[in-house]
Design a protein around this ligand. Structure first.
Ligand code: OSB
Ligand code: MG
Length: 368
């Protein structure tokens, strides 16, 4: 890959409505946009999905920027790579910092697909033509959640995820179940529970949830295995799985029956694919997790979710779920609950330059 420049932009945009978990609310989203341009003028796009503060993982926008600027971009400049498959090996001398790595690696994948003139989904082995869309309610208020779910069901979403905590999990889920008895529903706890709460979690079995996501510690896989042995609801791991080996150990231990894959959390498309391939071979269904992201990361998720093991609708909603105006064009659209997979080369979306200008707070060029 003959790279000429890498451009990093930090952007900042308010969410249409706050997104709330037991860990706090997100009202404004910062992200790092990566543009890798080759000597033929082709540009690959990546998005760094770390948040402004380290509430979900340890990375932040600032730590990601530092790692990109001072380590990953210099490594790429010094050693170069022939194919994005080689990026994870190139970045191996930098421990963790997966979201920073993924921001650059995903841009290289987009660039490679554009070079080959094929959609990114095809380059990585995607087989699906369209995806069922899922949506997340980030609001602990029951009446408001019920109203939102109504709207999402009208829009055709195939699956709804809500956030729970031991505060009022039973009343909240039973309130939703009363109004929507057949809704494919799941709950994400973002580590709000411990093994002391087994009875509370057992009590949720009666609601037939598709799964419960990350009930216990964000870095645990051992206690989750103990919990899974005591509850009916399938456990899905999110935060705990940051490498291929984490996924393998969790499956071997019986810590979960489902995995959510986030490209940023695991350090790139290469690692995401390896985890997918392993889970697919073991009969463990996977789905694409969301990060309250902009269109570039969404587009990468769409390509990833076209792989055959992504058999459960992911947290992939349209551009209008969180943004008045996204930074890509065309917008990502959910049409009666279905997202089409672009047939254009690469991620299949252009940057919306006008919108990028409005939301960019800092930018820097790195010349190779
Ligand atoms: O735990 O899945 C999560 C958003 C930010 C950080 C963590 C999580 C989430 C979501 C997905 O629940 C929301 C979305 O992108 O639609
Ligand atoms: Mg989660």
């Amino acid at each position: 890959m003959k790279i000429k420049t890498v451009k990093l932009s930090i952007i900042k945009m308010p969410l249409k409505h706050p997104f709330t978990t037991h860990l706090g609310s997100v009202t404004e989203r910062e992200a790092i946009i990566v543009e890798v341009e080759d000597r033929n003028g082709l540009i690959g796009y990546g998005e760094g999905v770390a948040f402004s503060s380290p509430w979900y993982t340890e990375e932040t926008v600032k730590t990601s920027y530092h790692v990109l600027k001072d380590f990953l971009i210099p490594l790429l400049k010094k050693k170069g790579i022939g194919h994005p498959d080689e990026a994870s090996l190139l970045f191996r001398s930098v421990r963790r910092n997966h979201m920073a790595k993924a921001a650059l690696e995903t841009a290289l994948w987009d660039l490679q697909a554009k070079k080959e003139g094929i959609p990114l989904s095809k380059l990585i082995g995607g087989t699906m033509e369209a995806l069922p869309a899922g949506v997340v309610v980030g609001n602990p208020n029951l009446p408001e959640s019920l109203k939102q779910i109504e709207v999402y069901l009208d829009q055709g979403f195939k699956r709804v995820k809500v956030k729970i905590s031991p505060e009022d999990d039973y009343a909240y889920i039973s309130g939703i179940r009363k109004q929507f008895p057949d809704l494919p529903l799941m709950a994400d706890a973002n580590s709000a529970y411990s093994l002391k709460n087994v009875d509370r979690l057992k009590a949720l079995d009666e609601f037939g949830l598709l799964m419960i996501e990350q009930p216990l510690g964000y870095d645990d896989i051992v206690d989750h295995a103990k919990l899974q042995a005591q509850i009916e609801t399938p456990i899905c791991l999110d935060e705990s799985i940051v490498t291929f080996d984490d996924a393998r150990k969790a499956v071997e231990l019986g810590s979960c029956k489902v995995l959510n894959i986030k490209i940023g959390r695991v350090g790139g498309i290469g690692e995401a694919k390896r985890i997918h391939d392993y889970c697919h071979s073991k009969g463990i269904p996977v789905w694409a997790g969301g990060m309250i992201e902009f269109g570039i990361s969404r587009a990468h998720n769409i390509a990833l979710a076209s792989l055959p093991g992504f058999t459960i609708p992911g947290d992939i909603s349209g551009s209008d779920r969180y943004w008045e105006e996204d930074i890509i064009q065309p917008d990502i659209k959910v049409d009666n609950g279905i997202i089409s997979i672009p047939e254009r080369p690469g991620i299949g979306f252009q940057l919306n330059k006008k919108r990028m200008n409005e939301v960019t707070v800092f930018e820097e060029h790195f010349h190779f």
